[in-house]
Design a protein around this ligand. Structure first.
Ligand SMILES: [Fe+2]
Ligand SMILES: [Fe+2]
Length: 260
């Protein structure tokens, strides 16, 4: 990463202010990605968790990762300025955001998880004996993640998202808060956030077991394809959980409060 002087960062921040949100060391990393979606790529690169730990201030996250915050802020703003075509989900309707999540991220998981499981089984057959120390813990964490996500997606699609959409329709029509089978919307949201933390923990275990997805020298093409697929799964899941934890859920809680 090229060095960026403090004054350059200041100028970039000032230039950016009119168009969007000021980014400082105190800005929670989840809020940074909510306003600047391309920041997700920067955080992925430095392994800064912006979804399950979206409330940590940018400065704290940078120091923990051994990075100078001003350089990371500069990189985020550069990337964001280059990509102003990215959709700002903080201003879309909640229904649009829910449809986007289901049609992209849920669809991705339904497509990728079975394919990755098949690839994993193939790799275990060929390399399980020699690389059991890596593949056994990887397999346990992956299968637990897949099982959890299968039911998680259903809960969101069948229970939570339809209620968020009903709330939004009622709010627009200036009607009363529609009844729900689970009381406050905070209840299912709390459960989904808990499941997101569990998914984040399993992803970390997978990364640890594989030494950051390092393919061994005797690893075959399928081994490499498995690890590349798991890295893509991790990145997509981080973006997916971010959209829910940091944008959809807080806005849905705000919508419910607006009925009072
Ligand atoms: Fe989801
Ligand atoms: Fe979710």
């Amino acid at each position: 990463m090229a060095a960026i002087s403090a004054s350059t960062v200041w100028i970039r921040v000032e230039l950016f202010k009119g168009a969007s949100m000021l980014v400082t060391e105190r800005t929670p990393v989840g809020d940074v990605v909510a306003k600047h979606p391309r920041a997700a790529g920067v955080f992925e690169k430095y392994q800064i968790d912006y979804c399950c730990r979206g409330d940590q201030p940018l400065g704290v996250a940078c120091h923990a990762a051994g990075l100078p915050p001003s350089e990371v802020i500069g990189e985020i703003l550069r990337t964001s300025l280059e990509s102003s075509q990215d959709r700002d989900w903080t201003t879309a309707t909640l229904s649009e955001l829910a449809v986007h999540i289901v049609s992209t991220h849920h669809a991705f998981l339904r497509n990728e998880l079975p394919a990755l499981e098949a690839r994993l089984r193939k790799v275990i057959l060929a390399h399980g004996e020699r690389h059991g120390d890596t593949l056994d813990p990887l397999s346990r964490a992956f299968l637990a993640l897949k099982q959890e996500l299968d039911t998680h997606l259903e809960k969101e699609e069948l229970a939570l998202f339809p209620v968020i959409e009903r709330f939004e329709r009622a709010h627009v029509a200036q009607e009363k808060r529609p009844p729900t089978p689970f009381g406050s919307i905070r209840n299912p949201i709390g459960m989904m956030e808990h499941e997101h933390r569990s998914a984040g923990d399993l992803l970390s275990r997978m990364r640890q077991a594989t030494l950051d997805y390092t393919v061994p020298p005797d690893g075959c093409a399928t081994y490499r394809a498995l690890f590349e697929g798991l890295v893509r799964l991790e990145a997509d899941l981080h973006r997916h959980i971010h959209l829910e934890n940091n944008i959809l859920f807080p806005r849905a809680i705000g919508l419910e409060a607006a009925f009072d």
